[in-house]
Design a protein around this ligand. Structure first.
Ligand code: AMP
Length: 399
């Protein structure tokens, strides 16, 4: 299995560059599915939760579309994202500004609870992408501070939440005033009856994507984490393998390069391991798997993407050498152990760099993971305790 890249999805260089600047290595599931559809101009309804990478899944292809033209008149914009709260609006606008940085496209956030004068002023010259709460946008429209006649794309983000918050009238009013000839996308954690009704009015003839949330932790998998400085991870892993001891382990790591390096570091400490990633041929990978299953190889260092299809009976232990994104990937990984009722153990080596992913994983599981300290490896840079229900925060207000 080879991994898809952002370029493979059809995104142009300035967007791929921005994504690389943001440190994203591979597209998430929803990005892989949604980006080509949105690029082709299709309408879409998608069931996906926050933390899946859904924002980039719609923002990137929309920016690509907008980059082919420009907003013509004052007080106009060409793409509209409606989102339920000020926090979410800021967060989406912040992401959009980050992805748009090599395109010259202008994004703006408008939301209630603050004076509207600065927002009106910012709208005057026109923007490319507007992110708004429905109530404030309706007010601005009523005051003729904004016009909808150049809108080409509509996104209803977190549609279920917008409905729960009572925005249905504001949304309906906005949607009926948008040009009928437009692309419409709807994202929602659940596709309830109410959401489907909204979709019927706002999103014509859509494609549908469902990113099913993986079942959370199973009781027979013992999960724990240990915090450690990044540069001490390989010696900690060697220590655990040799001292505990661990007779066999599937070790997940984020990058091919990282996998190769870790195999070398383990070898220096007398541990024989093999790397398993998309840079190795299919035949080699099949052989490696067979040897691992047969117990000829004891330690397999695999990238998440390559390891997706691995199915091994009676695997006692998986190790996350770094924490994956999105959180569901963690759930999939640990699900490789403890199969068919057997006991399994899932250990994660967590450094300060992994903190954001740790928050997303623990929020996804809805509980903190047990922390165990390994003597001699306490980190110089401690990893704080996660905030459950973590939502990555916008760092600064977009102008
Ligand atoms: P979202 O589900 O859109 O709220 O995204 C959650 C977080 O994931 C945000 O902080 C994004 O910056 C990050 N993110 C989005 N796509 C990727 C990716 N392909 N790789 C790594 N991180 C990502």
């Amino acid at each position: 299995m080879s991994s898809t890249s952002f370029t493979d999805l059809g995104l142009l260089a300035p967007l791929c560059q921005a994504v690389a600047d943001a440190g994203y290595q591979t597209p998430t599931k929803i990005q892989t599915q949604a980006i080509p559809l949105v690029l082709s101009g299709d309408n879409l309804i998608a069931a996906a939760q926050t933390g899946t990478g859904k924002t980039a899944a719609f923002v990137l292809p929309i920016l690509q579309r907008l980059a082919g033209g420009e907003t013509q008149r004052k007080k106009r914009f060409r793409a509209l994202v409606l989102a339920p709260t000020r926090e979410l609006v800021l967060q989406v606008a912040e992401s959009a500004a980050k992805y748009a940085k090599h395109t010259g496209l202008k994004t703006l956030a408008v939301y209630g609870g603050v004076d509207s004068q600065a927002q009106k002023q910012a709208l005057l010259d026109g923007v490319d992408l507007l992110v708004a709460t429905p109530g404030r946008l309706r007010d601005l429209y009523t005051q003729r501070a904004v016009h909808f006649d150049e809108v080409e794309v509509l996104v209803l983000d977190e549609a279920d939440k917008m409905l729960d918050m009572g925005f249905i009238d504001a949304i309906d009013e906005i949607v009926t005033r948008l040009p009928a000839e437009r692309q419409s996308l709807l994202f929602s954690a659940t596709l309830s009856q109410k959401v489907r009704e909204l979709a019927k009015n706002a999103v014509d003839n859509p494609q549908q994507i469902t990113i099913a949330a993986a079942a959370a932790s199973k009781a027979n998998i013992e999960q724990w984490i240990t915090t450690v400085d990044k540069d001490k991870k390989s010696s900690l892993l060697s220590h655990l393998i040799q001292q505990t001891p661990w007779p066999r382990a599937l070790i997940f790591i984020e990058t091919k390069h990282g996998a190769a390096k870790l195999v070398e570091q383990l070898a220096k400490r007398g541990i024989e391991a093999e790397s398993f990633h998309s840079g190795r041929s299919q035949a080699v990978r099949e052989q490696l798997l067979e040897d691992f299953k047969a117990g000829k190889i004891h330690y397999l260092v695999a990238t998440g993407v390559a390891a997706r299809g691995i199915d091994i009976e009676n695997l006692e232990r998986v190790v996350n050498y770094d924490l994956p994104f999105p959180a569901d990937e963690y759930v999939h990984r640990i699900g490789r152990t403890g199969r068919a009722g057997a006991q399994g153990e899932a250990i994660s080596l967590v450094s300060k760099d992994d903190f954001k992913n740790l928050c997303m994983i623990e929020s996804r599981l809805n509980h903190l993971l047990e922390r165990r300290e390994i003597e001699g490896f306490a980190p110089r840079k401690p990893v704080p305790i996660s905030i459950l229900n973590y939502v990555p925060k916008a760092k600064r207000k977009p102008q």
